[in-house]
Design a protein around this ligand. Sequence first.
Ligand code: NDP
Length: 248
Amino acid sequence: MISLQNKIILITGASSGIGTACARIFAEAGAKLILAARRWELLQQLRDVLKQEFKAEVHLLQLDVRDRVAVESAISNLPDAWSEIDILINNAGLSRGLDKLHEGSFQDWEEMIDTNIKGLLYLTRYVVPGMVKRDRGHIVNLGSIAGHQTYPSGNVYCATKAAVKAISEGLKQDLLGTAIRVTSVDPGMVETEFSNVRFHGDDERAKKVYQGVKPLTPEDIADVIFFCTTRSPHVNINEVILMPVDQA
Ligand code: NDP
């Protein structure tokens, strides 16, 4: 197992769910964290907790990953002490609606495509050149079981996660010959704000999603990401699918 002490880890979507759980596990391991999301207060609260509990060094970025210019500026203006990113966790993502394709909302589609695909591409495009120059690094993309199995009315969200799978595979190919690793972590149901965001704050509808299933926790996903990023440098875990035991 390699040490993450003082490694610089950028986590997008750190204000909630899987991103927050990753921040905690990596802070505990002594990593230095760049935490990105739009909700500034949540990021500040998380930074204070991580400092108090783990004496973690944390740098915050208020960032909308859909804004290419903002992503470029955030990465190119990182203070020197934070600029050499060792691990990029492309976790920011969302689902909106659960509608038949021919009845879907254009706004929902654009939000999913812009966040899950284009946002992930922007971060990757601006962070990876530095990794190539240093010939070290690891990119972890949050895909989903939805990228492998399309469920009824899942159409566009499933397509974005199938795209994440293709992007992860493509990036792995493009980085052959370097020491940089690429991993796609593809969970089934995880209990986070995800379903609430999907149904635009409709709690009751959100809760129904988990009926009959004991969902994964954000910590289950963070554990797997921690495992993938701490293997010996010659080991690349390409893809992990993890599911609740009772999810089909
Ligand atoms: P949450 O809703 O709890 O967290 C999503 C995070 O993404 C938030 O921190 C949110 O921050 C951030 N985010 C969303 N849009 C943007 C944006 N435009 N710019 C920057 N940050 C953004 O969901 P999860 O933790 O469950 O989801 C994390 C990832 O895991 C997603 O990619 C999701 O698709 C994937 N996943 C989730 C599953 C589940 O069942 N929960 C299953 C499989 C995969 P903020 O709003 O502050 O910007």
